[in-house]
Ligand binder design. Structure first.
Ligand code: NAD
Length: 283
């Protein structure tokens, strides 16, 4: 895809972090923005800022884990802009620790994380991509997975969801191969965003069950430290933009990531389960 001005981008999780940085990058290219996010007050503020900068933007409060909410967002988008040329399946939450972590809320958090990070991607793909294909014009879909979609990072449900997100991008790329729709998957390591504070996005019914033990607090602080040492979301947005223009499928954003992918692949080829990443403060 090489034409951006006047085309429409749908960005889930567009009110913060990587989604917001990609929105800014594409807004600067003259794209219309649809920002779909669950955090309504932050979303409203972001929309006001874009409007003040002269960007055409529609903010839609959306819960991507809820298919009905996604379909309503799709209908509002089509009603306003007619077609969609870029879909960024990016909304995500960092829920879950090691599979054997002791936590009363473990299964609830697992379900929430898969709901947002995995089903959210599925709902958006099924809501938007058939229309993008039928339109017959160059278009692009990107799933935000993670390095945790390529290596077994010790984050339980998060890693499971990101393997799934990467898999859905590969499957979709195959299904779209004979169409004008390109598909990529974004696999960053740590990026300075709000992801370590995902509990702010918990559904109300789960808030009382959240594990507030010292161990859970230690894990949360370890994740905060790692995220705060990451790269800037603007750097990720540049890599995303380049991948759209170059029709690049796998987007690796951090130095050293190639090596991590290579060593996992080599381990698998000799019949080992790679587990170098399991011994971590996050587990
Ligand atoms: P962030 O917390 O800054 O942004 C996530 C956005 O998703 C927020 O605006 C949040 O309100 C929104 N969101 C959460 N639940 C939602 C729901 N149910 N429906 C709609 N919107 C919802 O974090 P981020 O790092 O920018 O996260 C973006 C993506 O990047 C996520 O998929 C995350 O897993 C992925 N990622 C982040 C990092 C990192 O280190 N920050 C690394 C790899 C991958």
């Amino acid at each position: 895809m090489h034409e951006f001005s006047g085309r429409t981008a749908v960005i889930t999780g567009g009110a913060s972090g990587i989604g917001l940085a990609v929105a800014q990058r594409l807004g600067a290219e003259g794209m219309n923005l649809v920002l779909a996010d669950i955090e309504a007050p932050v979303l409203a503020q972001v929309v006001r800022t874009f409007e003040a900068d002269g960007v055409t933007v529609l903010g839609i409060e959306t819960d991507v884990s809820d298919r009905v909410s996604v379909l309503a967002m799709r209908d509002q988008t089509i009603e306003r802009f007619g077609t969609v040329e870029f879909l960024f399946n990016n909304a995500g939450v960092a829920g879950g620790g090691a599979l054997l972590a002791e936590a009363d809320d473990y299964e609830d958090i697992f379900e929430w994380t898969l709901g947002v990070n995995l089903y959210g991607v599925l709902h958006c793909i099924r809501a938007f991509v058939p229309g993008m294909i039928a339109h017959g014009q160059p278009a692009h879909v990107i799933n935000t997975a993670s390095m945790a979609g390529l290596i077994p990072a010790p984050l339980g449900a998060y890693t499971v969801s990101k393997y799934g997100s990467l898999c859905m991008a590969e499957l979709l790329a195959g299904e779209c191969a004979e169409t004008e729709v390109n598909v990529s998957v974004l696999c960053p390591a740590f990026v300075v965003t709000g992801i370590a504070d995902s509990v702010r996005n918990l559904p109300e019914h789960l808030v009382p069950t959240v594990d507030a033990s010292p161990e859970a607090e230690l894990r949360a602080n370890a994740l905060r430290d790692l995220v705060s040492g990451g790269i800037a979301p603007e750097e990720v947005a540049e890599a995303v933009f380049a991948a759209i223009v170059d029709e690049q499928c796998l987007i690796l954003t951090h130095e050293g990531n190639d090596e991590a992918v290579r060593s996992r692949t080599e381990a698998l080829l000799v019949g080992r389960v790679p587990h170098d990443w399991v011994d971590s403060p996050l587990s």
